[in-house]
Ligand binder design. Structure first.
Ligand code: NAD
Length: 501
């Protein structure tokens, strides 16, 4: 049984006692089921490198079953529900999820290594997103087209059917809300494949829909990307694919969608710039910019990983930014005082080592970090790291490191700053620090990024569409826009004559 979260300090104890009664089968057709071939995999706690739970490892057969359950549920029931009915059911599910918030927070912390305060924020954010779609679906609809006097022309929004959703490990509960919320609200049923590295909250949240959502409306098929993920993206009974993850796998998913002429939305990686103009108020921007790169141990798609700073203020900026980086408390995610947890796995940890070496070989200067952080736990902890003397063509300035590594570059004119900011394959997000409204207005227009934030880095809310340009993908999660991605538009024309009587 779950204790109060502030009483839990030992990971092993939490796993053995607080969550030991939970089972992590696949969630298919409204039931927790074993994989057809009985396969399982272990999910690990990145703070201790110890196993947390055995999870069903779905094969293509299980994905077929989930899609078939999703299809029956769609045809027999879900597509006939009204927007109001779906809204009410989603609200009921939200209430149950809120009743289990502590449990989801603990699972998220153990599975991802996020500090418990961040896990709480994200679990609440995932649930809030479901609630947002439960609300706005009641206003979603087509439009009237007044182009003719003898025809009533309008558009209808219709669901697509069974949709496939593939999510990464860095924000599991957020990704769950972002994907499932608009899909179900718009009248689709879903088959979601969470990452093998952090599948627990997606499975548990789906289990908590039992007795509320009709069986088969939400299905979760944990497993390997190359097996369960590929089966979802290639499935010919799936009507749309929503993928969040790396560019490499996004391309594979897009090719698979093309085979089925399926629409796909891709939320991929980033190498986001934050331009600090000479008049920037450093009191306003240092902390959000540090959060922009160090939140979630830098394992964030929109991480502000290139600080492009005017040469007149680079010395002061750098000194203050390093101070802020060194103020992070890297340690046990279950301890309230920790502000940064471990990286998610050994591969991420090794990649950090490699990039810190590459940065120095390329001629950048390492100012702080660049090495594992010492803690009492045996996990993948890394110190917040800052490089200066970085040139934009260095690998550390161009490649998505996906860890807590800030690179500081300098510029001396507006056009140079914008050119440098846009000189990357990615276009997910960008930040601007300045008090000058003309610079703000020009930069918003000139930056090639799906989100631009001024004098801060965020917010991302259920109401704010989020998506990338260039190799960061296309389409939006969140906002009204996501509902449209999960709907098809039918145009109707009803012709009529003059009244005959
Ligand atoms: P990944 O691409 O390795 O995996 C993402 C998902 O795809 C996982 O569920 C994985 O199992 C699955 N997958 C793997 N091979 C597959 C295949 N052949 N077919 C179908 N699915 C397959 O990414 P990751 O390492 O889990 O996450 C990190 C990446 O995700 C980073 O590049 C990050 O920028 C990106 N990301 C983007 C956003 C966004 O909103 N833009 C948000 C979070 C993470």
């Amino acid at each position: 049984m779950l204790r109060d979260l502030d009483e839990i300090s030992s990971h092993r104890n939490a796993i053995n006692e607080d969550i030991s009664e939970l089972e992590f089968g696949a969630w298919i057709g409204g039931k927790s089921v074993r994989a057809e071939n009985d396969g399982t995999f272990k999910t690990y706690d990145p703070a201790t490198n110890e196993p947390i739970a055995d999870v069903a490892e779905c094969s293509r057969v299980d994905v077929d079953t989930a899609v078939s359950e999703g299809k029956s549920s769609f045809n027999d029931q879900w597509k006939e529900t009204t927007q109001t009915e779906r809204s009410e059911l989603l609200f009921e599910w939200v209430e149950t999820l809120r009743d289990h918030e502590d449990e989801l927070v603990l699972l998220e912390t153990l599975d991802t290594g996020k500090p418990i305060g961040d896990a709480r924020w994200e679990v609440q954010g995932g649930i809030d997103t479901l609630e947002y779609y439960a609300s706005i679906i009641r206003t979603h609809g087509g439009r009237q087209i007044q182009a003719s006097n003898d025809a009533n022309i309008y558009t209808r929004k219709e669901p697509l059917g069974v949709v496939g959703q593939i999510t990464p490990w860095n924000f599991p509960m957020w990704a769950f809300g972002w994907k499932i919320g608009p899909a179900l609200a718009a009248g689709n049923t879903a088959v979601l494949k969470p990452s093998k590295f952090a599948p627990l909250t997606s499975i548990r949240a789906a289990q908590l829909s039992e007795g509320i959502l009709p069986d088969g409306v939400v299905n979760v098929v944990p497993g390997k990307g190359s097996e369960a993920g590929a089966a979802v993206s290639e499935h010919d009974e799936i009507q749309k694919v929503a993928f969040t993850g790396s560019v490499k796998i996004g391309k594979i998913a897009m090719k698979a969608a093309a085979e089925n002429i399926n629409p796909i939305t891709l939320e991929l990686g980033g190498k986001s710039p934050f331009i600090v103009f000479p008049d920037a108020d450093l009191d306003k921007i240092i902390s959000p910019l540090a959060t922009g790169i160090f939140y979630s141990t830098g394992e964030v798609c929109e991480a502000a990983s290139r600080a492009i700073v005017h040469e007149d203020i680079v010395d002061e900026f750098t000194e203050r930014f390093v101070e802020e980086a060194e103020s992070y408390v890297v340690g046990d995610p279950l301890a309230e005082e920790s502000t940064m947890g471990p990286l998610t796995n050994k591969e991420q940890f090794e990649s950090m080592n490699e990039y810190c070496d590459i940065g120095q070989q390329e001629g950048a200067t390492l100012l702080t970090g660049g090495e594992p952080a010492e803690t009492d736990l045996d996990g993948w902890f890394w110190k917040p790291t800052v490089f200066t003397d970085v040139e934009n063509d260095m690998r550390i300035a161009q490649e998505e490191i996906f860890g807590p590594v800030q690179t500081i570059l300098t510029f001396n004119s507006y056009s140079e700053a914008i050119q440098m900011a846009n000189d990357t394959r990615y276009g997910l997000a960008a930040g601007v620090g300045t008090e000058n409204t003309s610079i703000v207005q020009n930069a918003i227009k000139d930056l090639d990024a799906g989100s631009v934030w001024v004098n801060g880095y965020g917010p991302i809310l259920p109401e704010t569409p989020f998506g990338g340009f260039k190799d960061s993908g296309f389409g939006n999660d969140l906002g009204q826009e996501a509902l449209d991605h999960y709907s098809r538009t039918k145009t109707v024309g009803i012709n009529f004559d003059e009244p005959s009587i």
